[in-house]
Design a protein around this ligand. Structure first.
Ligand SMILES: [Zn+2]
Ligand SMILES: [Zn+2]
Length: 278
């Protein structure tokens, strides 16, 4: 059974995300567990958390968390770096309270200090957080390759993984980002190489997004599935070549803004994958 879902709003209470996800036909969903645009992690409402855990059981929908936007684990600035590590620890704690297994995280920006230095910062931060991770696995997300970002080249991701091995770390592969970074996953050989480089068993979640701009654009702009430069055929080839369709897949496509269309997109993607893999 394919597990496909969307990034879902937690407006009004985190447990409400399950109702929204269920309405869209999701088998998994991604949420922010604190304000995505703030540093502060407010105290979790006990009733809301209890409701989150019970809805998880009753709906069978797998929740995945995404780190907020402000933390930068590669930052050369001490104050930002310290706050970012605190935010990571706080988010991990929150995931444990909610019973969330996976936390997707960006590796941040080295702000011009160089990728090697950035890599060390990220690895140190993860190693420090590992003692407090509980049951949560941290998933390093590949980036589109924006200026100074860490983690758009797959070798960078595997290098960081090597520095934190055995600490409960895996990968979240974003199809739009990898394509924007220059990997033509519409081609069988490249798709396979991407999966092999990261390791299919270490890729624990996919961000299933089409790309608004052409191969190698380095632009992080998502398109609806089948309507971007990866395209329907590109996705079919990618999944046939990699066998990654057994992973939870989270769409962060523009259609999520219109629930009726989002539901249709999810059904279409499910059918596309079933046809391609059947
Ligand atoms: Zn992300
Ligand atoms: Zn993106």
């Amino acid at each position: 059974m394919l597990k496909i879902g969307y990034h879902i709003s937690v407006a009004g209470g985190i447990s409400l995300a399950f109702d929204r996800a269920e309405g869209l036909g999701c088998g998994c969903m991604q949420v922010f567990v604190s304000n995505p645009r703030g540093w502060e992690i407010k105290k979790l409402d006990e009733r809301d958390a209890g409701s989150f855990r019970s809805k998880r059981k009753s709906t069978g929908i797998e929740p995945i968390a995404h780190m907020p936007y402000l933390p930068n684990l590669a930052s050369p600035k001490e104050d930002v770096y310290a706050k970012s590590k605190e935010a990571l620890a706080g988010t991990l704690e929150r995931c444990n309270l909610l019973g969330i297994r996976y936390l997707v995280m960006h590796l941040g920006s080295h702000l011009g200090e160089g990728t090697e230095r950035g890599r060390e910062r990220v690895a140190d931060a993860i190693n420090e957080a590992a003692g407090r991770r509980g049951d949560v696995t941290m998933l390093l997300e590949n980036e589109a390759g924006q200026r100074n970002s860490v983690g758009s080249m797959l070798e960078e991701l595997t290098a960081i993984h090597g520095m934190v091995d055995g600490k409960g770390v895996g990968f979240c592969l974003d199809t739009c980002h990898v394509f924007a970074a220059g990997y033509d996953i519409r081609r069988r050989d490249v798709a396979k190489e991407v999966a092999d480089t990261l390791g299919a068993d270490r890729i624990l979640c996919l961000h299933l997004n089409d790309a608004k701009y052409p191969l190698g654009s380095r632009l992080d702009r998502h398109a609806d599935i089948g309507f971007g430069h990866i395209g329907r055929k590109g996705f079919e080839t990618f999944f046939r070549a990699t066998g990654l369709a057994d992973k939870p897949m989270i769409m962060e496509t523009p259609l999520v803004e219109t629930p009726k269309d989002a539901r249709g997109e999810l059904q279409a993607v499910r059918k596309m994958l079933n046809d391609a893999l059947g």
